[in-house]
Design a protein around this ligand. Structure first.
Ligand SMILES: C[C@@H]1O/C(=N\OC(=O)Nc2ccccc2)[C@@H](O)[C@H](O)[C@@H]1O
Length: 473
């Protein structure tokens, strides 16, 4: 009983993975993790190997762009309705202005292709309740705007035509719907929220039916007590989508278990197919190695916290392309994916900073993408110069910080030797063994002046004798 109470209390804690319980002490759950360990089917391998994605946050919030009644709000632009306390019916009047005349889905897809992203996550419906597809379950859709056309369908086709996978962001929280409840405190709440869950099921079935090439559903807006008290429904949604679209992936943020525990169930097992809690933050490469035990996907904004289009990016720090690149590599080096956010303008074009970012990342990926796509955690100790990634027997050194010593220190696991080091699309560099499982890898003769990649050839020679002796302390 005590454990159950603790588990219930755990519902409020963040999704830090609790210690796994010894199997015999696990509690039985009806709506806990549907699977233990990483999915290893082809669809999940594709999700994982894609590694680099882009987020598109596009909705009515792009029109005001952070400003309401002449006042500029510094908070996230897609939350302006909340910051400016705008009633839903007034907010949804923005639909009358939705007419992105410069929207060119083919150009969007080419920009994503040039950036080197392998998938794009699109906000089908954000918290505001405005749908980018002509849903028949609500009046708040593109069909009821001057634009009229199925924007989501145009995007899906354009991205797929460029060989880019499409993932759907879907907010369960829906500020436009009278039956949404933040908590369930009465019979009336129960009845209204049951209607809301049915409405949501219908929209999800509609999305899965209209756009069968969708590869993933990224749920958001699932943190309220009303959802945590309906963990059964979150398990039902995962099952429903996987029956309709075999192979589709679903993020952990959808899921709550029998006791309202989110992301990880009351036995500490990850629900959904990948953890989706690293939003605008990343696990520590030394202290948080636990994340390498499961699949995960991070997402990030270029300003400090703007997902939707905001008119004024001077209100917070804007990350440089190099800072975005380092976060991409950091995620992959720990076995995660990274999704970089874009907030298109109301006219359907992108701001210049985002176009420049896509270009810069794309130029680097075109030369060095081999150390990202299909790569994973190498299992080697992190060094100050940068990050390791690994693909099979190949280990990549992704160098962001060149050392005054001109040597890149590498410490290999026991029985692993380095036999060769070559700069990607460049020359071989010297490798000097300095102690047991320690090497100095030379910097390239001419400092590339930008992050670069060294590909290591390694040899597993178990039990080979060597000349080194551990100190007798
Ligand atoms: C990707 C982002 O996802 C969100 N929220 O994600 C959260 O996890 N929000 C959160 C985090 C901690 C506690 C409560 C909510 C949205 O609110 C935001 O507009 C954006 O779409």
């Amino acid at each position: 009983v005590l454990f159950l109470l603790l588990a219930g209390a755990g519902a409020a804690t963040a999704q830090v993975q609790p210690h796994l319980l010894p199997a015999e002490q696990e509690i039985s759950l009806k709506y806990g993790a549907g699977r233990l360990g990483k999915r290893q089917d082809a669809d999940m391998k594709r999700f994982r190997d894609n590694r680099l994605g882009a987020f598109i946050h596009w909705g009515l919030y792009a029109i005001p762009g952070g400003e309401w009644n002449g006042e500029m709000y510094g908070g996230a632009a897609e939350w302006l309705k909340a910051w400016a306390k705008v009633p839903a019916d007034e907010w949804l009047k923005l639909m009358e202005q939705w007419n992105p005349t410069r929207f060119n889905p083919k150009a969007w897809a080419k920009m994503a292709k040039k950036m080197g992203v392998k998938y794009v996550k699109i906000t089908t419906k954000h918290h505001e309740g405005f749908c980018l597809w002509p849903s028949k379950y609500t009046q708040y859709t593109v069909a009821q705007t001057p634009y009229k056309k199925d924007i989501l369908g145009e995007m899906v086709k354009a991205y797929n035509d460029e060989g880019i996978d499409v993932h759907f962001y879907f907010s369960v929280l829906d500020w436009s719907h009278p039956d949404y409840r933040y908590d369930i405190k009465s019979e009336e709440d129960e009845i209204a929220f049951a209607r809301f869950l049915e409405f949501t099921d219908n929209q999800l079935k509609e999305l899965a039916t209209r756009y069968p090439t969708v590869k993933d559903f990224w749920f958001d807006g699932t943190w309220d007590a009303s959802i945590k008290k309906n963990g059964w429904w979150t398990a039902h949604v995962e099952q429903m989508l996987k029956e309709m679209l075999p192979g589709v992936t679903v993020n952990s943020r959808l899921r709550a278990d029998d006791y309202g525990k989110r992301h990880f169930d009351s036995n500490g097992h990850l629900m959904g197919d990948y953890e989706s809690a690293y939003e605008r933050r990343l696990p520590d490469p030394v202290k948080d190695l636990k994340v390498t035990r499961w699949d995960w996907e991070a997402c990030m904004t270029v300003p400090e916290n703007q997902w939707g289009y905001h008119k004024d990016w001077s209100l917070s720090y804007v990350k440089t392309p190099l800072e975005v690149l380092e976060r991409i590599v950091h995620a992959v080096s720990m076995g995660g994916n990274m999704v970089v956010n874009f907030g298109p303008q109301p006219d359907g074009d992108f701001r210049s900073e985002e176009k420049e970012l896509a270009d810069a990342v794309g130029r680097w990926m075109s030369v060095n993408g081999e150390c990202i796509y299909g790569c994973d955690y190498a299992g080697w100790d992190k060094q100050a110069w940068g990050y390791y990634t690994r693909k099979g027997k190949e280990v990549y050194m992704v160098v962001f910080n060149s050392p005054y010593s001109r040597h890149l220190v590498v410490k290999t696991p026991k029985d692993v030797k380095i036999t060769k080091a070559v700069v990607l699309n460049g020359k071989e560099v010297g490798v000097k063994e300095t102690a047991r499982n320690e090497y100095n890898v030379d910097m390239p003769a001419k400092d590339p002046g930008a992050p670069f990649v060294i590909k290591l050839q390694i040899e597993d020679n178990t039990n080979a004798a060597d000349k080194y002796r551990e100190a007798l302390t």
